[in-house]
Design a binder for this molecule. Structure first.
Ligand code: AMP
Length: 588
């Protein structure tokens, strides 16, 4: 990969930064950073009773200057809206915590949710943290089997869902979940039997006074199942001290300022939707937009405009979907309030960053992290220059490095810039996962000495920027060269009719593996043999004959997880006629 030799750089001018970034001097902030300082910017529970996510995200803002500020602005699918001020959110989440108390749910027992992005989901998350329960959100689009697997593996005691989802998905698996004692139906007006409760009725009866019990920063708070791009989803556990990372990255990466309106498009079923769709913005006392509906380019531009969104956090898939549709957002909509656009979940193709510049007048800031890291680890900051294709620099308080295995298969830190190896993060940071449920051995295997090995291959350049090559198991070895799918996909995306590309290695007697690309075309473009040959030629010109795809197939859409990640492993299995493996996270 020769990305570093021909780097293009996007330097932000002071006129593009009307608000002074919280992090204006990266090196200095990193050098002087301390977690104690972050802790001192939070409140902690009264009387030194510990650190609780819900207190930092809600209660501490529910009086004084933020009391009447809108914490959550919910936009319903059909046009309904609901606003919750910090004070109202405190009341609602107190009521939810009291419901758990009344139902005799014990701390650390697990509260699952299976709903779309409705206010009750957010109230349940925060109320569960108040009551010291472990919150586990599931995608409502899961079919019954993956729901059953996760709820039984995660020992679900309580489930919050809707009557419709209950009928369609839960009623038939309920008897296989003996530990599930309470189902709270968000829209039922009356209780429907033992353990099948009307949330509305319980909320009405619940007291709105609640004192959060002493909470140790290491108390478990969140259970997240990984996206399953490379294998079976694993259940990663996080603790209350994760708030420190989420507050820190809210401050330095997302660059929240008082009064900001922020929109994170992720669903809490994916870690990004919890860490940055619930916790980080509320920990800063700003207003968070929650849109119930899915992707729709016109609706999204309208949301940005009508809510005067300042900071927007989305995914490469969403940006590529916007790029697929012909639009002129800057000219058609008033996006003058939009200050920052951030992206996570997959590598962000340079083409997408350029598109952001031309269509929003803003570069898109890529950042990297995983379910296991709990929060952003590597990022492009508002004040640092962007090298399109690079995921940026380690966040304050985070040490990242590249490792390669020595002759005894022990990972060794590599200090030579430009060398590819496994990306590792120095343990332990506050939002680091504290275990995989029921798999202690696998958890321990993730660490070497004091480093967490991420499973991603990357490289660090001489200026400290990290460049993503691919997930370890998605790297292609062709004619002795290591090829990351991202490099090839990004090059193909520069072709004017290519909307998305996914690249796999296909066994080949001559080259070991040949590079095969699956391509989805932009709106109104039809696949043809001539176009296939044209894109093959374009790839050869961009990448050279060794790395360029030898085969191209057209698909209407690429298979993706519910969190929007391309499932290359599935494309490969289909191509080779192999079993598809766990496809529970596949988005239909
Ligand atoms: P998950 O834990 O399911 O969100 O998946 C985490 C994985 O997504 C990482 O290990 C990377 O492989 C990929 N990923 C997330 N963000 C980025 C990024 N900015 N650039 C490249 N890969 C990313």
């Amino acid at each position: 990969m020769d990305a570093v030799n021909k780097v293009e750089i996007i330097t932000k001018t002071s006129s593009s930064q009307l608000v002074k970034p919280n992090l204006s001097d990266y090196r200095r902030t990193k050098r002087e950073f301390s977690w104690d300082q972050m802790q001192s910017e939070l409140s902690g529970l009264p009387e030194g009773r510990g650190l609780n996510i819900a207190h930092e995200a809600v209660d501490r803002h529910a009086f004084g200057k933020n009391e009447h500020r809108i914490a959550i602005k919910w936009l319903g699918r059909t046009g309904k809206t609901r606003d919750y001020t910090y004070k109202q959110l405190k009341t609602k989440t107190n009521q939810f915590a009291n419901i758990l108390e009344t139902l005799e749910v014990k701390p650390v027992e697990r509260v699952f949710t299976l709903t779309g992005r409705i206010p009750e989901l957010y109230i349940a998350a925060l109320g569960s943290w108040k009551h010291k329960n472990i919150f586990c959100p599931l995608f409502s689009t899961f079919s019954p089997e993956p729901i059953l697997q996760r709820m039984s593996k995660g020992n679900a005691k309580v489930l919050l869902t809707t009557s419709n989802l209950y009928q369609r998905k839960i009623s038939r698996i309920k008897n296989q979940l003996p530990q599930l004692k309470h189902i709270l139906l968000t829209d039922a007006t009356d209780h429907l039997g033992k353990g099948l409760w009307s949330l509305q009725k319980l909320m009405k009866e619940a007291s709105d006074e609640y004192d959060i019990p002493p909470t140790h920063p290491e108390d478990h708070a969140i259970l997240h199942f990984t996206s399953g791009t490379t294998g079976k989803p694993k259940g990663a556990l996080h603790v209350h001290s994760a708030i420190l990372n989420l507050y820190m990255t809210g401050k330095y990466v997302l660059d929240f300022h008082p009064g900001d309106i922020y929109w994170c498009t992720a669903n809490p079923g994916w870690v990004a939707g919890t860490s940055y769709g619930i916790i980080a913005p509320l920990s800063h006392g700003i207003t968070s937009i929650i849109d119930e509906a899915g992707f729709d380019a016109q609706r999204w531009y309208h949301i940005l405009e009508s809510n005067k969104v300042n900071v927007w956090y989305t995914t490469p898939t969403a940006i590529r979907s916007l790029m697929r549709v012909k639009s002129t957002p800057k000219e058609t909509f008033d996006l003058s309030h939009l200050r920052l656009v951030h992206s996570v979940g997959e590598p962000l193709n340079p083409e997408a960053i350029r598109w952001g510049q031309s269509h929003f007048g803003l570069p898109i800031h890529d950042n990297w992290w995983q379910t296991e890291t709990g929060g952003i680890m590597i990022a492009n900051f508002p004040s640092t220059k962007i090298k399109p294709g690079s995921m940026g620099l380690p966040a304050p308080g985070i040490e990242a490095a590249i490792f390669q295995k020595d002759d005894h298969h022990k990972p060794m830190k590599i200090n030579t810039p430009g060398t590819y190896g496994e990306l590792a993060i120095k343990a332990a940071w506050p939002s680091m996962f504290r275990g995989y449920i029921h798999d202690e051995a696998r958890y321990r295997k993730c660490f070497s000495d004091n480093w967490y090995m991420t499973g991603d291959l990357a490289m660090q350049d001489e200026e400290g920027y990290f460049w993503f090559l691919g997930r370890g198991d998605e790297i292609i070895k062709t004619s002795g060269h290591l090829v990351g799918p991202f490099e090839v996909e990004s090059a193909l995306m520069e072709h004017p009719v290519v909307a998305e590309a996914a690249v796999i290695g296909k066994p080949d007697p001559m080259t070991g593996q040949l590079v095969k690309a699956f391509v989805a075309l932009k709106q109104d473009k039809e696949p043809s043999e001539a176009l296939r040959l044209e894109i093959l030629g374009f790839g050869r010109k961009k990448l050279g004959t060794v790395i360029a795809p030898k085969e191209i197939a057209f698909l209407d859409d690429l298979p993706k997880t519910k969190s929007g990640k391309i499932m290359r492993r599935l494309l490969k299995a289909r191509e080779l006629g192999l079993p598809e493996g766990d496809i529970s996270t596949l988005e239909f």
